[in-house]
Design a protein around this ligand. Structure first.
Ligand SMILES: C[S@@+](CC[C@H](N)C(=O)[O-])C[C@H]1O[C@@H](n2cnc3c(N)ncnc32)[C@H](O)[C@@H]1O
Length: 365
């Protein structure tokens, strides 16, 4: 299980009150940067129970030039860690919008890969200014998909609160690794996906269900030329997805759009054009929503019978197993693969992938 640095209290500049009485307060070193962080799972249900050395960097927002750094220790058993940097003079802090980046000292970059994905995912705050409120309750992940400089790092915003939808989930990180390997033709257990991503004479049409922050679909269009991705989810994700789309560096001939799609209330004209690939990452955790999820998959594949459905999941409850029964009843069969992601104390966690296609003999009832 990967752990994510989150802001419980986003950073802000804080000035000692007593300084205000002095004759030239702007010359005194009286301003500090304060924040409160935790290191938690995607679900936010557990805290990292390992000691980790962290580096906090105050940087200029626009240039990301570092203004100051300090080291911090997260201790096993902690639930939160207070950060206080400074003191600085008003002159120092008033010149530029600021951001605060927190990362594990062991990982100068977060590189997604079978052997490189870090245990602790770093983050950078939204911007904050002298004499204004704390930064927005957001954190941006910078995830390097490849050492190959032709692929831009993924910059994805998440909320710092406990929303299920407006977060990155572990299966999303693993999906990006599998897609990267498949694009390179290197996923031996899912040859059908390798083939789909390799051979195309027209743009690949992709729909993502339950896209959350949009990380998987955006990653695909960042890695692959000539794909047209439609991210879908409940209305509550629109703001964060739009923010992520605004900052995405896609391959020049690829596009990503967003549209609301609630599996419980799908529109009558659910699918107006053929789909090649349907992405579903970490959407099977709630057994109550599985019948409507499978019903939407079934309807999409009825109009695109050759579509491939890539489902990524981390098993959280036994009740999720009903998903496989529902998919079998809907005449889907799958190629499967696994990928290990880091967990604390040197352990690993498994993400499962299922590449579903409709059985050719599926009855049209
Ligand atoms: C655990 S999150 C996974 C988000 C993202 N795919 C990822 O892996 O980071 C599950 C997503 O399913 C979406 N979801 C749940 N019920 C839904 C429904 N009835 N219709 C559409 N999306 C739904 C949630 O809003 C949420 O974004």
């Amino acid at each position: 299980m990967v752990y994510y640095i989150r802001f419980l209290k986003p950073p802000k500049f804080h000035q000692e009150k007593k300084i205000a009485k002095q004759s030239r307060p702007q010359q005194k070193k009286s301003v500090s940067i304060t924040a409160l962080i935790c290191i938690t799972t995607d679900l936010g249900d557990d805290f990292l129970a390992e000691d980790v050395d962290l580096v906090a960097t105050w940087a200029q927002r626009a240039s990301r030039k570092s203004m100051d750094q300090c080291t911090l220790q997260w201790r096993a058993g902690s639930r939160q860690l207070a950060i206080s940097m400074g003191p600085y003079s008003v002159d120092q802090v008033a010149q530029h919008d600021a951001v605060l980046q927190i990362r594990s000292q062991a990982d100068p970059q977060d590189v997604l890969g079978r052997d490189t994905t870090p245990l602790v995912i770093s983050g950078c705050s939204a911007s904050f200014q002298w004499q204004s409120d704390a930064a927005q309750k957001l954190i941006q992940r910078e995830l390097h998909i490849s050492e190959n400089k032709t692929i831009s790092p993924l910059r994805i915003w998440e909320e710092t609160g406990n929303s299920i939808a407006r977060h990155i989930w572990d299966a999303a990180l693993a999906s990006i690794i599998l897609l990267k390997e498949s694009i390179a033709g290197n996923s031996p257990d899912t040859p059908i996906l390798n083939q789909l991503l390799a051979t195309r004479d027209r743009p690949l049409q992709v729909v993502e269900l339950g896209a959350g922050c949009g990380i998987v679909g955006i990653a695909l269009a960042t890695m692959l030329d000539g794909c047209e991705v439609l991210l879908t989810d409940l209305p509550e994700v629109e703001e964060i997805v739009t923010r992520n789309l605004d900052e995405a560096h896609l391959k020049p001939s690829s596009t990503v759009d967003y549209q609301t799609l609630d599996w419980d209330e799908p529109p009558a004209d659910l699918c107006s054009q053929p789909i090649d690939l349907i992405l579903v990452s970490d959407c099977t955790y709630n057994a109550d929503s599985l019948p409507t999820l499978v019903s939407v998959l079934d309807r999409l594949v009825r109009t695109s019978p050759k579509a491939l459905v890539l489902v990524a999941l981390k098993r959280r409850h036994e009740s999720e197993a009903v998903f496989f029964d529902l998919m079998e009843s809907a005449a889907f069969s799958a190629q499967s693969a696994n990928l290990q992601i880091p967990a604390q104390h040197g352990q690993t966690d498994q993400i499962e992938f299922y590449c579903y296609q409709r059985d050719p003999i599926a009855p049209l009832s």
